[in-house]
Write a protein that binds this ligand. Structure first.
Ligand code: NAG
Ligand code: NAG
Ligand code: NAG
Ligand code: NAG
Length: 418
């Protein structure tokens, strides 16, 4: 009897039932910053080692005024002390999310700017090096384009990385024009002025995000249009050369015309070790979070993307023109235990004032796309901007930075998984 009992004990400890703990946010700090909009964590170089900088774009709706980009250097040293951000620039109108531009020059950034707000529509892509002031990269043609993202590729094979971006122009009367453009790198190591503008698509292009990826032997560009409601994939017949617009192809990833707001190609969402596209649809009545499996067999150019709606029904806390939910989503891999195989999805609610965590219900089943959804931050009547997440202090628990726009506060959480 005793012997049997012992065997039972041993078998229990050898074969424990895998139970996944829930992600718990712990508020560790906050600081004031008026109109905090987009936050981004960037790699920097301080005292002979890499460090994290938290960069935050801030903007107000007062027509014609310039806005602010702030910097918190070495954020990992200041997680529990009083934080005072410094001004990186006060010369840009409506700065959007920051794009790291280390590909061009180590520790430099691009600030895409402009938005559909009166007096704030004249945007550009501004290059800022560690020492310099903002240099506009797009020649100013006196037309009001706004920019949200950029990616890098040597388009014409001259050995220098060029810039690719989508952009939108929305006249007071008439529909939006959306374009896919590229800017030719003149091959100077210092950026002194605008680069030559080239067109890949002069209408019906993307206007928010662009992301290059290598799928098999082909380079593709994932992109989305919020204003003309498109989710697209581009490729070139002369890949790796992309400079001849007549050799460029575009396909729809989803034919449904929705206000696609953010896209992210993840390494894997469902545990099948294959990349998946994570997409949010920002809407006034029924926003959603969607995943697409890349075509599983055959050709990425012709195969079907398999759609999985992960969560729906997001809407702003008060209805209003231009308001919507949710915002950007991030797949975050926790390495805490064998029970958690799929990444956790952290989602900004945008105009609903919340931040959500979505955890897979069945980590062992790649064919199951069910998630539990939990609110991990709620701001009273404040839009939530672009959150950023990294384990900046390398303690094994990621920190999450949450800009609450109307409150003028940036919240700092540590995401615990135990
Ligand atoms: C950085 O590295 C250089 C060269 O190894 C060394 O001379 C210098 O003292 C270091 N500076 C700091 C602040 O550690
Ligand atoms: C390259 O940089 C030099 C020095 O700043 C400048 O005079 C020149 O116009 C630049 N060339 C291009 C093509 O931007
Ligand atoms: C661009 O591609 C088209 C179609 O393949 C071709 O006819 C044209 O010659 C190409 N242009 C250049 C400059 O290579
Ligand atoms: C909300 O959007 C999702 C995803 O597009 C869709 O599946 C669902 O039917 C929509 N619900 C309503 C009530 O329109």
């Amino acid at each position: 009897m005793q012997f049997y009992h012992l065997i039972l004990l041993v078998s229990i400890s050898v074969c424990p039932i895998l139970v996944k703990s829930e992600i718990k946010p712990v508020l560790i700090n906050k600081f004031e910053l008026a109109h905090a909009g987009f936050s981004t964590l960037l790699r920097t170089w301080t005292l002979n080692s890499t460090s994290w900088a938290l960069v935050i774009s801030c903007f107000n709706p007062i027509p014609g005024t310039t806005d602010y980009v702030y910097n918190v250097a070495n954020i990992e040293w200041q997680l529990t002390t009083k934080i005072t951000p410094t001004v990186l620039t006060n010369q840009i109108i409506w700065p959007n999310g920051i794009v790291p531009a280390d590909t061009l020059l180590p520790y430099s950034i691009i600030v895409p700017s402009g938005f559909l707000v009166p007096g704030k529509t004249n945007g550009n892509l501004y290059f800022i090096s560690q020492t310099g002031s903002p240099t506009p990269l797009v020649p100013n043609d006196k037309t009001n384009w706004f920019y949200h993202d950029a990616d890098f590729k040597d388009m014409d094979g001259d050995g220098h990385f060029d810039i690719v971006a989508g952009r939108a122009n929305i006249p007071i009367i008439g529909g939006p024009t959306t374009q896919l453009i590229w800017l030719k790198n003149p091959g100077n190591y210092s950026v002194t002025g605008p680069w030559k503008l080239n067109y890949l698509l002069t209408t019906g292009g993307p206007d928010i995000q662009v992301q290059f990826a290598h799928i098999g032997s082909l380079t593709v560009l994932f992109a989305n249009s919020y204003f003309t409601r498109k989710l697209q994939m581009f490729w070139s017949d002369s890949d790796p050369l992309w400079s001849n617009a007549s050799q460029l192809h575009v396909r729809h990833i989803d034919y449904e015309p929705l206000s696609y707001a953010y896209i992210q190609l993840t390494n894997d969402l469902n545990g099948d070790q294959k990349p998946d596209l994570l997409v949010t649809v920002n809407d006034e009545f029924n926003g959603s979070l969607i995943a697409y499996e890349l075509p599983t067999s055959g050709d990425i150019r012709t195969g079907d993307f398999i759609k999985h709606v992960l969560a729906t029904g997001f809407k702003p806390f008060s209805q209003g023109k231009g308001k919507g939910a949710p915002g950007q989503a991030f797949a975050v891999q926790f390495y805490s235990g064998p029970a958690r195989k799929k990444p956790v999805i952290i989602l900004s609610g945008d105009d609903d004032g919340c931040v959500y965590s979505l955890e897979a219900l069945h980590d062992d089943d790649p064919s199951n796309w069910e998630y539990s959804k939990k609110i991990i931050h709620q701001s009273k009547k404040s839009t939530i901007g672009q959150i950023s997440i990294e384990d900046v202090d390398s303690d094994g628990h990621p920190e999450m930075f949450v800009p609450a726009y109307n409150e003028g506060i940036v919240y700092i959480y540590r995401l615990m998984d135990n």
